[in-house]
Design a protein around this ligand. Structure first.
Ligand code: HEC
Ligand code: HEC
Length: 466
């Protein structure tokens, strides 16, 4: 018998042996995954192709049997079985053993560090753009994985998530019904379902506030929503994380108006999901916590960092004279003085993500402002400063959507500031009612804001409807 023949014999024995063992022990892929090879193998466990079966059995064997001294009796048995069934002589047997050992060590050398929840999916490292903060808001119990993100994308765009099983489109809603990619994952003025960006849920109830973009949220640690309600310090354990926001979107009457049970039931009607859930979380089970985790993972990958201004920062493109004048106005106290709250070159998120009263009203009286969370009178009429990235496509503007165009916003900051004792001290131009810029300066400022549009992000097929 040739050497190749010997190797085939080894594999053959191994397969017989492992399948016997697997059957006898009613073996299921282990919860704890132990090597990269095993991960792939375990995923393919249900598959029937010989190659997949082989990988699965071989890795199972080396992980659990061969290098486990408790199994010494089993080892002897299998060797005996092989010797008998293949009529081996001593030389062949020695060769077989050597084969076993080397391939075993090869398998074991693939061992990797595992995340705490030991998912069998492939860990994904989010690329952090140059100049961006490196501190990411990713909880330990929901690490990003390639399979989790892909599942999250399918769920984000799936109108069945609203739990309705008929085919009347008006009775269905996905996250993307309100969070539209082309509009910076905000609602937009051109949304066919919500004229002027005025959103309401499947119950017909209007949303208490204007929709928010979902861009660059992985860098935000200050809380979600206009008032920062969802934060790790919230006494209610159901209102702390991005995962919690997902569930709130599903059940809120002013959003999907569904229940976890209805949502899961509706998703189960789609045959694509069991495999996708298995790839992402190890088993085919569809439950609401997995839905929350997957969608949160997808949202954490929505990073916009390739606008004209980013290219300028990286030295790849020049700003025009008007854009440059706008940038200077934006970033100086003598100019328009926007940068304290909305960042700039040094704070490339174009927001601090902190809360300010920006002088919209002389008598702020919204029961859902920042004050409703902190009970600090300085927070009356205060909201989280939105990022100005992709601001040209994020209309309508402000927590109540009161401004429909960027020109209205700029006019407000220029001449429309309203005095109240709650206005944030960083609104330096309050006393003069605004920045008092000339029409040309306003045009410059607007030209600068236009450089924050990231066309690649707004059209990237990898984050669009699958
Ligand atoms: C009916 C429209 C609508 C639907 C559908 C909807 N949202 Fe929202 N979303 C909103 C509004 C409005 C807000 C602002 C909430 C507030 O602060 O009052 C918001 C805020 C958010 C935020 C917070 C963003 C931030 O910067 O703090 C996240 C995250 C979010 N939505 C995710 C989702 C997900 C995930 C889904 C699907 C499960 C979803 N939304 C479905 C309207 C919607
Ligand atoms: C003191 C902090 C502060 C300063 C200074 C400031 N803003 Fe704002 N900005 C905010 C806050 C807070 C909001 C959200 C307010 C709300 O929704 O009620 C906001 C909202 C906006 C919005 C609407 C964003 C959206 O998605 O709805 C734009 C555009 C904007 N600001 C541009 C500017 C410009 C341009 C300047 C300089 C002229 C400026 N801001 C100065 C805090 C500030």
């Amino acid at each position: 018998m040739s050497r190749l023949g010997n190797a085939v014999a080894v594999i053959y024995c191994l397969c017989i042996y492992c399948s016997d063992l697997a059957e006898r022990e009613g073996f299921e892929p282990p919860e704890a995954c132990t090597s990269t090879v095993f991960k792939t193998a375990a995923i393919d466990h249900s598959a029937t192709s010989p190659r997949q079966k082989y990988t699965y059995f071989v890795s199972f064997f080396f992980e659990n049997v061969f290098f486990n001294l408790d199994n010494i009796l089993l080892h002897l048995q299998v060797i005996l079985k092989c010797v008998i069934s293949l009529k081996m002589n001593a030389k062949k047997l020695l060769f077989c053993l050597l084969c076993f050992l080397t391939s075993g060590f090869l398998f074991l050398s693939c061992k990797t560090e595992e995340p705490e929840n030991c998912s069998i999916a492939t860990l994904y490292t989010l690329p952090i753009p140059r100049y961006f903060p490196t501190n990411l808001n990713i909880p330990k119990d929901n690490p990003l994985t390639v399979e989790g993100i892909e599942l999250g994308r399918h769920l984000f765009y799936d109108e069945r998530l609203s739990g309705y099983l008929g085919d009347n489109p008006d009775s269905m809603m996905s996250c993307a019904t309100c969070h539209v990619q082309a509009n910076n994952f905000d609602v937009g003025m051109n949304n066919p379902r919500f004229p002027n960006g005025e959103t309401f849920g499947l119950s017909g109830a209007p949303t208490p506030h204007n929709t928010m973009p979902l861009t660059n949220l992985v860098f935000n640690h200050e809380g979600y929503f206009w008032n920062g309600l969802i934060h790790e310090t919230n006494p209610n354990p159901q209102q702390r994380t991005l995962e919690d926001v997902v569930l709130m979107g599903i059940i809120a009457p002013h959003e999907m108006n569904s229940t976890p049970e209805r949502a899961v039931y509706a998703l189960k009607q789609n045959p694509k999901y069991p495999t996708m859930f298995k790839r992402a979380f190890g088993t085919e089970e569809i439950n609401i916590s997995r839905v929350q985790k997957a969608i949160a993972q997808f949202i954490r990958t929505l990073v916009s960092a390739n606008s004209k201004f980013d290219k300028y920062l990286r030295g790849e493109e020049q700003l025009t004279a008007t854009e440059m004048r706008g940038y200077i106005l934006f970033s100086t106290e003598e100019g328009a003085d926007c940068f304290h709250c909305h960042g700039g070159g040094g704070t490339p998120l174009f927001t601090t993500n902190l809360f300010y009263n920006n002088a919209l009203s002389s008598e702020p009286n919204d029961p859902r402002d920042r004050f409703s969370i902190t009970k600090n009178p300085q927070d009356i009429g205060a909201y989280r400063a939105p990022s100005l990235r992709n601001i040209m496509v994020s209309a309508p503007y402000m927590h109540d959507g009161r401004f429909k165009t960027i020109d209205e916003v700029l006019e407000f900051y220029n001449t429309g500031l309203q005095y109240s004792p709650h206005v944030h001290p960083l609104m330096h131009k309050l006393e003069q009612g605004g920045a008092r810029l000339t029409p040309m300066q306003i045009a410059d400022l607007k030209a600068f804001l236009q450089t924050l549009t990231d066309a690649e992000f707004l059209t990237n097929p990898k984050i669009s409807k699958p």
